[in-house]
Design a protein around this ligand. Structure first.
Ligand code: 13P
Length: 251
């Protein structure tokens, strides 16, 4: 079965509710005819409810950027999977490198977050990727494998099948330095190979996204690689023209 392309926008710490609604209105206009791509946007928490309402009856799905694994309780400052599902989220990012870099999230907790997301019916987008130091030390495959294992640890194969993997080399995020299509493809193929050890059919069906300075002008070549099934877009998801440009970039 052919894998469906997924283009997901991670808005990070950007957009007020008003700005978010403006962007969504433009995206709806530019993307209304798109059928062969899963389009996902991940606004900040404060805009989720309003954006969720504004994309009802559109081809755009809502995602959150983060979650905590408990459903409720004395955990100040966090949001749970059932709360995200309630406001219309279908997916949630898990283990983004910025969460690990700035907020001390650990790889072990990625697994707990993924499990909690799945329990609430959300698809986790599990983010993995090496730093420049790790790449230069030839440790890319080892690091990525370790992160993948930690993220899907404790999940049944059926649960793994519901996950999306995002390979985001840390050195390519927000830097304008994009991985070459060959560099990205090599890691994507290795990720799929590792999933194949769990279940061949599941590995074949899973979407593996590339993230890191993807733009309309480099998207077609990246998305043309055999094991790159979409993109997780930061900077270029903040304007409707560039995000739609990536959705429509395929050759
Ligand atoms: P940029 O597209 O800005 O490099 O960000 C990628 C990213 O981190 C998406 O999650």
């Amino acid at each position: 079965m052919a894998r469906k392309l997924m283009i997901a926008g991670n808005w990070k710490l950007n957009k007020t509710v008003g700005e978010a609604l403006e962007l969504v209105r433009d995206l709806r206009r530019l993307l209304s005819q798109v059928r062969d791509c899963e389009i996902v946007i991940a606004p900040p928490y404060t805009a989720l409810y309003a954006v969720g309402k504004a994309i009802e009856d559109s081809p755009i799905d809502l995602a959150a950027q983060e979650l905590f694994w408990e459903d409720s309780g004395a955990y100040t400052g966090t949001v749970s999977a059932p709360m995200l599902a309630e406001v219309g989220c279908k997916l949630v990012l898990v283990g983004h490198s910025e969460r690990r870099q700035f907020f001390n999230e650990t790889l072990e907790s990625s697994g707990k977050r993924a499990k909690a997301a799945l329990k609430a019916g959300l698809r986790p987008i599990l983010c993995i990727g090496e730093t420049l130091k790790e790449r230069e030390a030839n440790r890319t495959m080892e690091v990525v494998a370790e992160q993948l294992d930690a993220g899907i640890q404790g999940l049944s194969i059926k649960e793994v099948a519901r996950c999306v993997i995002a390979y985001e080399p840390v050195w390519a995020i927000g830097t304008g330095k994009v991985a070459t299509p060959a560099q990205a493809q090599e890691v994507h193929a290795a990720i799929r190979e590792r999933l194949r050890a769990k279940d061949n059919g599941v590995a074949e069906s899973m979407q593996i996204l590339y993230g890191g300075s993807m733009k309309p002008d480099n998207a077609a070549e990246l998305l043309g690689q055999a094991d790159i099934d979409g993109g997780l877009i930061g900077g270029a998801s903040l304007t409707a023209e560039s995000f739609a440009g990536i959705v429509k970039a395929r050759k």
